[in-house]
Design a binder for this molecule. Structure first.
Ligand SMILES: Cc1cc2nc3c(=O)[nH]c(=O)nc-3n(C[C@H](O)[C@H](O)[C@H](O)COP(=O)(O)OP(=O)(O)OC[C@H]3O[C@@H](n4cnc5c(N)ncnc54)[C@H](O)[C@@H]3O)c2cc1C
Length: 218
């Protein structure tokens, strides 16, 4: 759906699964707990590093220690690729070849903006906490000036982003539908277990509702 924002972000393999709508892209980014950030390091060596992200409007915030190699490279203008994947199901076909996955994924290409103003960096850190655990920021101590200084924030524009989505049953070759083989989908989801209280927590501290009810997706 929609039109690819650039030639290099156009999905070529099974293009019917491509979706360039910002709403689709945003929903996938917002549901994903973490992303993978790829960049070319020294000598062209690719690095793909897991990181947290927070989408605010048309940008994706990333953060890391000022000393982090990745953060320094992105801040210096290295081209970046950010990927998120939501695994929705294992798709079991009647033939080995047509096994697949149901998934929603996003690939963002671009160059990050180093966020300089302290107020925007603070807002980005709040977004990073809040998107992971809504309502948390108001309960915890905010970063102090030393912590803020030790943290770099980057903003990746969503101008060049694509989503790819697969849903539904397996698609087998017509002659294989007669095979006596179980076929279908094993749905997958992220499940939370009971929260584990920290042993050093003050007695009588109640479990906040946002902890007890934390979840992702529908
Ligand atoms: C789910 C998740 C979310 C994270 N979120 C953040 C975040 O928001 N900000 C942040 O700064 N860091 C985050 N981290 C840690 C992050 O993955 C890196 O370890 C960290 O940013 C240091 O990166 P660097 O390139 O400076 O590391 P360096 O120590 O310079 O990396 C050197 C080498 O160590 C190896 N390496 C580095 N990180 C990893 C890793 N995670 N797993 C396996 N090998 C590794 C790689 O071979 C890499 O080339 C997260 C990790 C996970 C798993």
């Amino acid at each position: 759906m929609g039109k690819a924002p650039s030639k290099r972000s156009q999905v070529r393999r099974v293009p019917k699964r491509a979706d360039y709508d910002r709403a689709t892209i945003s929903a996938i980014l917002d549901e994903a707990i973490f992303c993978h950030v790829g960049l070319a390091g020294e000598g062209g060596q690719p690095f793909v590093i897991p990181m947290l992200h927070a989408r605010v409007g048309d940008e994706l915030y990333l953060h890391g220690a000022t000393s982090s190699r990745l953060v320094r490279a992105l801040g210096a203008g290295a081209p970046v690729c950010v990927t998120v994947t939501l695994a929705d199901g294992l798709v079991l076909a009647r033939s080995a070849f047509h096994h697949s996955m149901n998934y929603r994924s996003v690939v963002v290409l671009g160059t990050a903006r180093l966020v300089e103003p302290a107020a925007e960096r603070m807002a980005a850190l709040e977004a990073l906490v809040e998107r992971l655990i809504p309502e948390r920021w108001g309960d915890v101590r905010a970063p102090n000036p030393k912590e803020l200084k030790a943290t770099r924030v980057l903003a990746v524009p969503l101008d060049e982003a694509s989503a790819k989505v697969r849903t539904g049953p397996p698609v087998d070759d017509e002659e294989d539908y007669a095979l006596p083989v179980w076929a279908g989908v094993i749905p997958l989801r992220t499940e939370t277990l009971d929260p584990v209280p920290d042993a050093r927590m003050e007695d009588g501290t109640e479990v906040p509702g946002y902890v007890a009810s934390w979840g992702r997706g529908a």
